[in-house]
Design a protein around this ligand. Structure first.
Ligand SMILES: Cc1cc2nc3c(=O)[nH]c(=O)nc-3n(C[C@H](O)[C@H](O)[C@H](O)COP(=O)(O)O)c2cc1C
Length: 542
């Protein structure tokens, strides 16, 4: 255990809690002049334009979750489709002269701190290299060429064809609006992007392994970040690296060899990262906390979960690609229309369970740490009240002992770990806890993600980030499942942490609520005009 890192990250978490009478420190108002550019460009790096999918793949709802689809060869076309359906743009919106774009992956405040870099071995129609994915251009910016020998070493090492994809965070994009709490939001967003990658990979018949042994320092140099002159707030902080490979490949390595790391470190990089704002304001606590919990090299871990047992819960007629494209956050809910059937509610929850043969928790992220405390408002055949959904059975007894002693713990259905804790109307309570946001009470249900916290960050402080990644990955499942039932979800990063803990009777920081979410029937904002996601490319791509 690294005591200093634990202390630092524990403090960060405490300081960035919202309280009824005091929000975590932020600028307080929006400095629009200095809003960071949501797009990173590696200026002067050669650009590889990626094709957009001509039509959506004919894959149903179930195909999002199970990797049963035909494996596509790695090529410019398949990589373009994969990136489009994971991190690409989903629409432009405009209102009273201003225009902004949305993406397949959500982000707190639509600020998008997450960037992606790919290390691609030689393909038949693409040069081997290290690339940055630019979603605005739907293009790869070639930051480095990959020597032929290294390209084949990588494939040999993984025992399969494939490519590496890394996610990084630019904290300033979130701290500009959210101040000190932004480090949490950046990591939620990484989790969302990771799940978006995992789902998209399934559609191409590919799997994804998170290389969980790699150190942050190695990743920083693999991506050539140590060779760049960054201004502090423009810097991308490395988060993770994954290997994407065909679903039938076997004995795929979970780590990355020292020799490949060394060889990647020695390649030459090109392209200068763009400056994101005119002037910056540094929220030091974020950089100090991030520096303190840099991930060391660790032994590669294989996290094995059970196999999925119920395959009948994939009822949506909407194709998988459409579900991804349709995903949006609700701004408000029509409470009278937000009643849902019990089966719908259970089917949505079931998708958040981790299985080793089902996306998006099959990529080796961590031991499952998060269970769900649910405010049920409008589920037919289910009484209003507080419920609990167990994602990790090992936590069950301890949670029971840690929560209020008068909770009922009545199981709702034999084959699902959903328990009623308390019968009562909880709409106002849910909204109040979510920083007074009505979306948490006007919906069918809302929830708090209760993570096993203190023991995890005490042993391995770097896993603070993993906990938020897990919450984002759950969020992406909830967003897509809401769409599959004609509903809409919204992630809720703004909530009063300790009020939620008090409600459950938690007296220590062993368990902490890390994120909230709500699902219901949305009230559409008719004032906004919607434009296609890549209409702007017509002028850019001649
Ligand atoms: C980590 C995270 C936290 C969020 N917190 C809130 C919130 O507290 N309240 C809210 O109304 N929306 C919240 N959202 C929704 C975002 O504002 C929304 O994702 C963003 O505007 C992009 O829109 P889209 O999801 O429709 O693409 C959150 C989203 C994420 C990913």
């Amino acid at each position: 255990m690294n005591k200093d890192a634990y202390k630092k990250i524990y403090e960060y978490h405490q300081v960035t809690k919202h309280h009824f009478n005091r929000y975590a420190a932020s600028a307080g108002s929006m400095d629009w002049e200095n809003q960071p550019n949501p797009f990173r460009f590696y200026e002067k790096a050669p650009i590889v334009e990626m094709p957009l999918l001509e039509s959506d793949l004919n894959i149903d709802h179930r195909g999002l979750y199970f990797c049963e689809n035909n494996t596509q060869d790695f090529s410019l076309i398949s990589l373009g489709g994969f990136l489009e359906l994971s991190l690409g743009l989903s629409a432009w919106k405009s209102f009273q002269g201003s225009q902004w774009c949305l993406r397949m992956n959500p982000s707190s405040g639509n600020l998008h701190p997450t960037e992606a870099h790919l290390i691609v071995p030689q393909l038949k129609d693409m040069e081997a290299g290290v690339y940055h994915y630019n979603p605005f251009l739907h293009a790869l910016e070639q930051r480095a060429e990959l020597p032929g020998a290294l390209s084949s070493d990588i494939e040999q090492f993984f025992n399969s064809k494939g490519f590496l994809i890394s996610l990084t965070s630019i904290y300033w994009r979130q701290s500009w609006k959210y101040g000190e709490r932004a480090f949490r939001y950046c990591n939620h967003d990484v989790g969302y992007a990771l799940a978006a990658i995992r789902f998209s990979a399934n559609l191409f018949g590919w799997k994804v392994n998170y290389l969980n042994s790699l150190s942050d320092l190695s990743l920083d140099s693999i991506l050539g970040f140590n060779k760049l002159q960054w201004s502090k707030l423009d810097k991308e902080e490395p988060d993770l690296l994954c290997w994407v490979f065909p679903k039938d490949a076997t004995n795929v390595n979970m780590g990355l060899s020292d020799s490949i790391i060394e060889n990647l470190k020695n390649i030459n990089f090109q392209g200068k990262p763009n400056k994101l704002s005119k002037s910056d304001y540094c929220w030091e606590i974020i950089y100090e906390s991030s520096d303190c919990i840099k991930k060391p090299k660790v032994a590669a871990q294989d996290y094995i979960y059970e196999k999925a047992f119920d395959n009948s819960l994939f009822s949506s007629d909407i194709k998988a690609g459409q579900l991804i494209r349709k995903r949006r956050s609700a701004q408000a809910y029509i409470s009278e229309k937000s009643f849902i059937a019990l089966d719908v509610f259970l089917a949505i929850l079931e998708k958040t369970l981790p299985y080793s043969d089902r996306a998006s928790f099959d990529l080796g992220l961590n031991e499952i740490c998060i269970n769900l405390a649910i405010f049920v408002h409008r589920v037919r055949e289910l009484e209003e009240g507080l419920y609990f959904f167990i994602r990790n059975k090992k936590h069950f007894q301890d949670l029971k002992a840690s929560f209020k002693s008068d909770f009922l713990w009545e199981q709702v259905r034999d084959n699902l770990p959903l328990y009623r804790l308390k019968k009562s109307k909880v709409t106002q309570q849910a909204a109040d806890i979510s920083c007074m946001q009505d979306i948490a009470g006007d919906s069918a249900f809302s929830l708090g993600m209760i993570a096993l916290f203190d023991p995890i960050i005490r042993d391995e402080p770097y896993k603070y980030k993993n906990l938020f990644w897990e919450s984002g990955a759950i969020g992406q499942v909830l967003y897509l499942e809401a769409e599959s039932h004609g509903l809409r979800g919204t992630g809720i990063g703004c909530y009063f942490d300790d009020v939620m803990h008090e409600l459950l009777g938690l007296k220590s920081s062993k368990y902490q609520s890390l994120y909230h979410f709500t699902i219901g029937s949305p009230l559409e904002d008719e004032r906004l005009t919607t434009l296609p996601p890549y209409f702007h490319l017509k002028d850019i791509r001649k």
